[in-house]
Design a protein around this ligand. Structure first.
Ligand SMILES: NC(=O)c1ccc[n+]([C@@H]2O[C@H](COP(=O)([O-])OP(=O)(O)OC[C@H]3O[C@@H](n4cnc5c(N)ncnc54)[C@H](O)[C@@H]3O)[C@@H](O)[C@H]2O)c1
Length: 261
């Protein structure tokens, strides 16, 4: 219950999906949460976990503490300002989950244009880079260390058909995680990564509602089912908390065995 008591955690992409689940899960463990979104923290129509209420309202109405902040993770100034807002609100930063991510569409390489690369690498690659830099700067200034959790994907570990740029961007996150972990290990800044399988969120809504594609993913998953969005919470709390105090630079697949084949 209190594994993150007294800690201040920021989560990007916290309005929906995995980010929302992690923000709610962290608050339930006692963390004060800064929920970062690109736009208003309104409830999303496709949400499964506690639908009909925004992330911040859900947390505050259920005994937790959360505030909303706004940043497009592609924009370094907005990211820096969101981290500064977290610190001015709660006095410090201990945990950061760089979860905001995006995807354009399923396409073979020969049909892609520059926008596919620029957009997806911009959000998933540069976005995580901007966030990690601002968070590391804050942890160094505090001299306290901290825990960063980057959200990659099974697509960062194995090839997914028709997802050239998404997979490249998610693999970039995994190795960026290792380098940052290496560079700041002596500062007690731990940097780890989670690679989830397919779960029903806004990102996968179309795939989930396409019977053939949903079944293909089920069949490719040794555990035989899609991930439930709340199954990201346990691994994220583990990496955020002192339970993982000697773990840095790793990527944990949270994928029902998808990437082991
Ligand atoms: N759902 C899956 O099957 C799946 C599988 C593996 C990995 N992931 C990863 O999980 C993370 C969360 O995705 P999700 O599945 O919860 O989907 P989602 O669409 O519900 O959540 C993504 C969130 O990121 C935010 N976001 C997108 N671009 C942004 C930007 N430029 N700046 C700030 N915020 C931005 C969106 O507003 C949204 O709230 C992503 O990194 C995604 O790649 C998802």
């Amino acid at each position: 219950m209190d594994r993150l008591k007294g800690k201040v955690a920021l989560v990007t992409g916290a309005r929906t999906g995995f980010g929302r689940a992690i923000a709610i899960g962290f608050a339930a463990e006692g963390a004060k949460v800064v929920a970062i979104g690109r736009r208003e923290m309104t409830p999303s129509d496709t949400e499964i976990l506690h639908p009909g209420i925004s992330t911040v309202d859900y947390i505050n109405e259920n005994g937790g503490t959360a505030v909303a902040a706004f940043a497009d993770v592609r924009n370094a100034e907005e990211v820096d300002a969101a981290v500064a807002f977290a610190v001015s609100t709660f006095g410090r930063l201990d945990i950061a989950v760089n979860n905001a991510g995006s995807f354009t569409s399923l396409k073979p390489l020969h049909e892609m244009d520059d926008n596919d690369w620029d957009f997806t690498m911009g959000v998933n690659g540069k976005g995580v880079y901007n966030c990690c830099r601002a968070e590391v700067q804050q942890f160094l200034a505090q001299k306290t260390g901290g825990s960063i959790i980057n959200i990659s994907s099974v697509g960062g570990l194995v090839a997914l058909p028709l997802e050239t740029v998404y997979c490249a961007s998610k693999a970039a996150i995994i190795n960026m995680t290792r380098v940052i972990a290496l560079d700041y290990a002596k500062d007690n800044i731990r940097v780890n990564c989670l690679s989830p399988n397919f779960a029903l969120t806004g990102l996968t809504y179309k795939s989930y509602h396409n019977d053939e594609r949903r079944k293909k993913i089920e069949d490719a998953t040794p555990m035989g089912r899609w991930m439930n969005v709340e199954e990201i919470i346990g691994p994220a709390v583990f990496l955020a908390s002192n339970d993982s105090s000697y773990i840095t630079g790793v990527t944990i697949p949270v994928d029902g065995g998808y990437s082991m084949k």
